[in-house]
Write a protein that binds this ligand. Sequence first.
Ligand SMILES: Nc1ncnc2c1ncn2[C@@H]1O[C@H](COP(=O)(O)OP(=O)(O)OP(=O)(O)O)[C@@H](O)[C@H]1O
Ligand SMILES: [Mg+2]
Length: 351
Amino acid sequence: MSHTNAFPLPSQSVAENGDRDRSLVLSVNGLVTDFDTASGTVHAVRDVSFELRKRQRLAIVGESGSGKSAMAMSLVGLVPQPGRVVSGSVKLNGTELVGLDDAGISRIRGKDIGLVFQDPMAALDPLKTIGSQFVETIRVHQDVSVKVARRMACELLAEVGVNDPQRRIADYPHQYSGGMRQRVLIAMAIANDPTVVIADEPTTALDVTTQAQVLDLLAKICDERGNALIMITHNLGIVEELCDSVNVMYAGRFVESTSTRSLFGSPAHPYSKALLDCVIDPAATKRGALPAIPGSPPDLSVDEPGCPFVARCPLGRDELRCATERPEARALASGAVVRCHFASDTPGDAA
Ligand SMILES: Nc1ncnc2c1ncn2[C@@H]1O[C@H](COP(=O)(O)OP(=O)(O)OP(=O)(O)O)[C@@H](O)[C@H]1O
Ligand SMILES: [Mg+2]
């Protein structure tokens, strides 16, 4: 099987999945998203490109404020005010999504792209039963009766581990635990058989064990159904266990795009390496949070000419070049695509 994907899948997952369909489903090119605020324009997403294949499980990692949610929201036309997609292309099964009107993008959202939001309480209406919200989610996109939609909802709730769904469907969101609410959101996200599921920090409020169980369930369901999955998380342990490829985001750009195996085996970008080095800290792992790297990310309202990581970079081999010349994305022999003048294929050589 040949892959033209610039962000290749690791050989392991291709082998494990045998000859199952790995066709291209999502293609993002040069995506740029700004927030026009009173204190200036925040360039939150800067020239992001990637591809996603059927059954691929892609993680997006990066510290808080790096643009992960802005990027995810840009894919589905949900960038909050005062944000806007400035340029770029998002093609889902060949259909351009950037520039679609509200009706057009609404037909895609919740149907072809399933969303598991950051905060389950915000995503669910506290005044409506789980059942009525679920039935509505199905009937917006599928021409089925309330009775059929209810039956589908019960089956999906059972699939995600909600016991006695015929009874629980009449409950309100507050009557579910945090973990169970996440399971409900997963069931709703897959209800209309989406091509891609995007999960943005779906479990921040949950304890680490529940978090792992919920994400494990999401990954398993997507694999069984053939959905591609984009998982945005701070938990690198979960990334290593559940995802086959990773895009490391820093200051609005992907600084390393590679297979999970290559990232954890020999991270190429010094930022990736710093992230992984910190993970050895057991306190960070216990919290399930992305570890803190000394220094702060750059101000996203300023467009510096050099490498945005220069001030925090431990390499410091050529400060002038790093400070004045922005590294373009380049592919290493390992297949990793990195934005660093000095990143190397040779383990230990990069940093
Ligand atoms: N509504 C908004 N108005 C102005 N700026 C915003 C808005 N939403 C996000 N931003 C800015 O865009 C940048 C990216 O934010 P984003 O929420 O995408 O980060 P993130 O990587 O998802 O962080 P986290 O890990 O904390 O969820 C940040 O600098 C943030 O301040
Ligand atoms: Mg976010």
